[in-house]
Design a protein around this ligand. Structure first.
Ligand SMILES: Nc1ncnc2c1ncn2[C@@H]1O[C@H](COP(=O)(O)OP(=O)(O)O)[C@@H](O)[C@H]1O
Ligand SMILES: [Mg+2]
Length: 372
């Protein structure tokens, strides 16, 4: 059983995740916070029935060592009686993630990807950014769909030009502040009609400028709205920054699912190794305003769940089709989450934040992929 899960899910291993989730119930007595959040448990590894992990203790004199180990041991062995537990104690404050020397002020780079256009990536990118900001995170939003930047329209900043400042002798673009979210889009820099003629090398140069020639403030999350599929932008992205993970967006149709699997495969390739943090099924059903409790499954059902299983990740949420959503994004008020989707995005970002914490716990930090 254990071996099978390992063979079929070598990377974003659900079994390991489940163990980490059950460890989240254990509280470190001095701080009152859970041991996973404190990064006291790191480098979980499962080989056959042998579970290895490190326990970082705050100091050599730490008073709660035995008590903590006893609860870790009993928690795991109650739920997984077949596992042999090998804990390695390290008397040192939990180590930080490998410094992201490229852009140290940005903690997490999360891309929003899909197989097809029109499934709602940009809508989801904006909504995730807004929900994160509402929950108190510092958030940036990058419109990396250089062929068809739609974020300026969705946020009502089509006529705003970003400022350019001098920073350490270099010109840097200042992201546009939209209700506390730092936004950058090619749509604010050139006329959007010009964007369609951009070619590979030029695209790559722009993506690099979006990261390195931009005066990014300190951010918990930079959300990156991608074009559909697997092209120059996706490739440049993983060659430019250590991407924390991706969220896949699909609609319930089979055609959207099939292309989303292909797009997800690119990120999980051996040479790239960016984990899929989760799946959002958009346009999951339609609910009319006069009967909001009614659900019409006009595009079918189940693609989100299937994509989550296929990518060994989780379904973060299902977003219904609501007239209010379409309207607010068309008139440029996407920064106010429509009340009909407020709760689902609250749930999505709670899950996302948990997955990101687990991702840091379970996997080595992402690397910038080398250009060859
Ligand atoms: N859940 C939803 N309810 C209503 N309209 C939506 C929803 N999601 C997306 N839309 C609308 O569908 C269109 C395409 O969405 P968009 O985010 O631009 O897709 P993509 O970025 O994947 O091409 C937009 O007009 C958007 O307002
Ligand atoms: Mg888009």
């Amino acid at each position: 059983m254990v071996e099978n899960r390992l063979i079929f899910a070598p990377y974003m291993n659900q079994y390991i995740q489940d163990i980490a989730i059950c460890l989240q119930g254990i509280i470190e007595p001095e701080s009152g916070s859970d041991i996973v959040k404190l990064k006291m448990i790191r480098d979980l590894k499962l080989e056959n029935n042998q579970l290895h992990f490190k326990i970082f203790l705050p100091s050599a004199k730490y008073a709660h060592k035995d008590e903590l180990y006893a609860s870790i041991y009993s928690t795991i062995s109650q739920k997984y009686p077949d596992l042999q537990i090998h804990a390695h104690f390290i008397n040192q404050a939990p180590y930080a993630d490998a410094p992201n020397t490229a852009l140290p002020q940005i903690s997490n780079f999360v891309a929003i990807a899909s197989g097809k256009g029109g499934v709602g990536k940009s809508t989801i990118s904006v909504s995730v950014a807004v929900a994160l900001k509402n929950a108190g995170f510092k958030v940036g939003l990058m419109d990396a769909d250089l062929y068809g930047p739609s974020i300026p329209t969705m946020l009502g900043i089509r006529d705003t030009k970003p400022k350019v400042i001098d920073q350490d002798g270099k010109h840097k673009i200042v992201p546009i502040d939209v209700e506390g979210i730092s936004v950058i889009s090619l749509g604010n820099i050139i006329e959007t009609e010009q964007a369609v003629v951009l070619r590979g090398p030029r695209l790559a140069a722009i993506i690099k400028q979006f990261f390195y020639d931009t005066a990014w403030p300190a951010l918990d999350y930079l959300i990156i709205d991608l074009p559909p599929g697997t092209g120059d932008v996706q490739l440049t992205l993983v060659q430019t920054i250590p991407l924390t993970g991706v969220i896949m967006v699909t609609t319930p149709q089979e055609v959207a699912y099939v292309d989303a699997v292909k797009a997800a495969n690119m990120f999980e390739m051996e040479q790239i190794r960016v984990p899929v943090l989760g799946v959002i099924e958009n346009m999951a059903w339609f609910s009319p305003d006069d009967q909001p409790e009614k659900k019409y499954y006009i595009f079918g059902e189940g693609a989100g769940q299937r994509l989550a299983e296929k990518t060994h990740s989780a379904l973060l949420g299902q977003v219904p089709i609501r007239v209010g959503v379409r309207k607010s994004f068309d008139v440029g008020t996407g920064y106010n989450l429509d009340p009909s989707i407020d709760d689902v995005f609250k749930h999505i970002i709670e899950q996302l934040d948990q997955k990101v914490a687990l991702r840091h716990l379970l996997f080595a930090p992402s690397q910038i992929v080398s250009a060859t």
